[in-house]
Design a protein around this ligand. Sequence first.
Ligand code: PEP
Ligand code: CO
Length: 442
Amino acid sequence: MIPWNPHSWQRFPAMQQPTYTDPSELEGVLARLRRMPPLVVPQEVDRLRGLLAEAAAGRRFLLQGGDCAEQFKDCLPEAIEGKLRVLLQMSVALTHGGRKPVVRVGRIAGQFAKPRSKPTELVRGRELPSYRGDLINGLEADEAARRPDPGRMLEAYFHASATLNHLRALTAGGFADLHHPERWELPGGTGEVPAYRRTLDQVRESLDFLEALGGVQREVLERIDFFTSHEALLLPYEEALTRWIGEASAYYNLGAHTLWVGERTRQLDGAHLEYLRGIRNPIGVKVGPSATPDHLVALLDHLDPQREPGRITLISRFGATKIQAALPPLLKAVQGTDHPVLWSCDPMHGNGAESATGLKTRDFGAILSELRQAFEIHRAAGSHLGGVHIELTGEAVTECTGGSEGLSEADLAKAYETGCDPRLNGTQSLEMAFLIAAMMRG
Ligand code: PEP
Ligand code: CO
């Protein structure tokens, strides 16, 4: 193996990278990014690694969620607050029902790059270069917008920092305080989740009781942990946010607390794994139909040679009809190693469907079914599912069918807003959290 450094990935084949036409413009942007302040600090990254280690040991549960693709135009206070709110609401449901503290990680403040299956796509009958996320090109349906623009990396950095600044202010400033009922309201225009009302009442009663006993301090409830994540896809950007931390004698990616590698870019001899193996952050690995037991074991040896708890989260994403056959051999292979991984389940990316009108959608029932099977398969194998990874938003969108609102394919056009994959809306997300909490109890 060649010695690692932040740019050693450049010697390996890198999938899913755009071609920039002006190298000096690219270098100018990267030089500027390298001098920018980091978005997160190493102490936070280390803290998350510790929490994920506890999740791997079964003492905590990971809730990771957010947009498929964040868009710059959605860097709005209401949208950010909506996502934070729904993740907090879900974590109350999971903690209360599942009896475990929840580690909250957003797909947020940097989830701007998308892997695509094809280099071009049809947009209203026209063939255009595929949209690769706001970090790389624009969603507008014209050739000029679809050209990769290095300047977008700086824009992404500023949008990520504005988003994270707002998240930090909210989480430090009492946004999560259960004593403010208005902050815990369900998103407007969506259905009711009766279990949520009951849970909130119960949680508030318990807190009042503890407070009366002098057992909890107000500040403890007002401040909460919230971490950020995105897919490590565009390697020049990730490299520019990689920093040497002397006290730790290690490199950290300080653009997010944790990064994941996608199903399409986790080749053993590829640039993405080369980059990820050298940073201290916890790493997520999407594990889908193309993973074999041998590949997975080799990948773990590569990314986690020290066998370090909290380092690796394996995120299975097979689809409700495939998980039963695909997951058990991989679980067994990992159990045959001494890698202390955390298993999570992404029930979204294997359950894509197309509506009669050609919209990408996913069905609540299929998502639930994959989750249910994942819990059962882990239990039967003497393992445990320690987290979920979900594409969601706080808004009242209509992108996934099903749930108690009974969204049908005909309803999808009402509020279909995603820039990429369909997300659970606020109500569907919260309902799902209650169903997951019940599965956690077994
Ligand atoms: C994603 O998480 O948005 C994604 C593209 O996932 P995967 O790599 O699992 O397809
Ligand atoms: Co997606």
